[in-house]
Design a binder for this molecule. Structure first.
Ligand code: CU
Length: 538
């Protein structure tokens, strides 16, 4: 057959030998786009579940005194809100984008390991059921204390709490298996499935971002899995890894947890940095400024991220040498991150910019994430952190890092790629309303928490002194508005999926001349044949 691929070949259903239909299409799917779609839908469901928990938390904190939940349930909600947002929303949404876009960006017909891809996804609903069960089981009498540890699961408390903790540990096991398999798949795909001519240094930045993300996950997830398994052994099998009375050390768990936990922040951030690397050149109509340095900065971030974990535990009483090392290492991270931000700004510099929804999010991310970087340097400084530790200042810091840095990056990606995924344009006016609504209400929610934190309000406590009332009421009103804005997000997505204006091949009028329909794969124009090509087309 001729090597020329006709559009009709790509779209013709007649060539297929009865692929599974109905629910089997999804349950048995080995197709990267279908699996990507399932990841994205799962993330959307988890967004509303984790968001509902946040609404309960903010409603409880609207005023001092106990109103809505009891302290144990409150602590359990804090725990599950974090775990759901990290493992249920951000990682699956980023994996959905990876599944959809990476094969197309590097010219591969599908992921390298399609059947494992199916299993990676389908472990997630099972893990989510276990996670929700760990919350619900407290309403059954005789199951012990609810999971009131926070997402860090520190012993000795996590050894003492009831059945919910076992369900949570098994949930973390499944989440770990799922993300290790997904990461092996993504890294393998990037290393082995690139089309001829698509060298590593030509890959779009989003692919590089996921390459480092995948490597990070392969390194850190087994450590978390080991940590919670040791916890399980301490709980049921008479070991005392974390029990000082038996010769163990509870601080060991903190090291295991944060060896995972700090790089995990970059697992959440890097895919969104990759999205910025696609969105900003497109809407600036200029190639990415400093593509190779950006790749190297991500490499630095990957390497430094693995060796700074104990900045989360300055208060355990480490040696002066250790605290100094972790402080200097942590502050060094601001160098590659700051340089990345300058590269994105220089990409926009004198560009022919337009401000559609993805670009608005990209610019807002640069501003707000830089702010999180500044509070991050404050927290890295040991004597200062001894004051800020376990206050709302930390809560404000990491929500500024993770909501703009990770979640808004995913929104930018969703609006950028929705035309590609659905074939329809989203409603730009509604997209812009969503952007302003969500950005303003986000700041209203979390900006005051810097002040209540600096004034000494402790985190993870259901009640507070009356001097913090104003800050908390502003925060709660902001949170309700922020939560509400996501109903508009849902409406925009449903409206786009159901119909609307047909998306042209180049909806953003990107600047990549001679690459029709390929502007989604900016900034490095891949060879023409990097369309997804069904294997039967030869
Ligand atoms: Cu950290």
């Amino acid at each position: 057959m001729s090597a020329v691929i006709h559009e009709s070949d790509l779209n013709s259903e007649a060539h297929h030998h009865g692929p599974p239909t109905g629910f089997k299409r999804w349950l048995y799917s080995t197709n990267h786009k279908d699996i990507g779609t399932m990841y994205l839908i799962f993330a959307l469901v988890m967004l509303f579940l984790g968001g509902a928990m946040a609404m309960l938390i903010r409603a409880e904190l609207y005023m001092p005194g106990l109103q809505i939940v009891n302290p144990d349930l409150y602590n359990n909600l804090v725990t599950d809100h974090a775990l759901i947002m990290v493992f249920g929303l951000v990682m699956p949404a980023a994996a959905g984008m990876a599944n959809w876009m990476i094969p197309m960006m590097i010219g591969a017909p599908d992921m390298a390991l399609p059947r494992m891809n199916n299993m990676s996804f389908w472990l997630l609903p099972a893990a989510a059921i276990l996670l929700v069960s760990s919350l619900l089981v407290q309403f059954i009498p005789g199951t012990g204390t609810p999971v009131n540890t926070g997402w860090t699961l520190y012993p000795p408390l996590s050894v003492q709490v009831g059945l919910g903790m076992d369900l949570l540990i098994f949930s973390v096991h499944l989440l770990g298996i799922s993300s290790i398999m997904a990461s092996i798949n993504i890294v393998t795909t990037i290393l082995n499935m690139r089309a001829p001519g698509m060298t590593m240094m030509k890959m779009p930045l989003f692919v590089w971002a996921w390459f480092f993300t995948g490597l990070l996950l392969i390194i850190i997830m087994p450590v978390l899995a080991g940590g919670v398994t040791m916890l399980l052994f301490d709980r049921h099998f008479g070991t005392s890894f974390f029990d000082a009375a038996g010769g163990g050390d509870p601080v060991l768990f903190q090291h295991l947890f944060w060896f995972f936990g700090h790089p995990e922040v970059y697992v959440l951030l890097l895919p969104s940095i990759g999205v910025l690397g696609m969105v900003i050149p497109t809407f600036s109509r200029k190639p990415l400024f400093g593509y190779k340095p950006l790749v190297y900065f991500m490499g630095f971030l990957f390497a430094l991220g693995l060796i700074v974990w104990a900045h989360h535990q300055y208060t355990i009483g480490m040696s002066l040498g250790a605290t100094t090392y972790f402080m200097i290492g942590t502050i060094l991270i601001s160098i590659p991150v700051g340089l990345m931000i300058f590269n994105f700004i220089f990409t926009m510099w004198r560009g022919s910019m337009t401000f559609e929804t993805p670009m608005l999010f990209a610019i807002a991310i640069i501003l707000m994430f830089s702010f999180a970087g500044v509070t991050g340097v404050m927290l890295a400084v040991v004597p200062a952190d001894l004051q800020y530790h376990d206050t709302y200042f930390v809560v404000a810091h990491f929500h500024y890092a993770l909501i703009p840095g990770a979640v808004f990056g995913l929104y930018a990606g969703v609006f950028y790629w929705l035309p590609k995924w659905t074939g329809h344009m989203y409603d730009e006016k509604l997209g812009k309303i969503f952007f302003w609504w969500t950005t303003l209400s986000f700041n209203l929610t979390f900006f005051p928490q810097h002040f209540s934190g600096l004034a000494g309000m402790p985190r993870r406590i259901i009640d507070y002194n009356i001097q913090y009332i104003e800050f908390n009421q502003i925060s709660s009103i902001g949170a309700f508005l922020f939560g509400l804005s996501h109903l508009l997000f849902l409406y925009i997505i449903i409206k786009t999926v159901k119909g609307g204006e047909k998306a042209p091949a180049k909806p953003w009028d990107g600047a990549q001349i001679g690459t029709p329909g390929l502007e989604w794969t900016l900034p490095s124009p891949p060879p023409f044949h990097s369309f997804t090509t069904p294997p039967e087309v030869k």
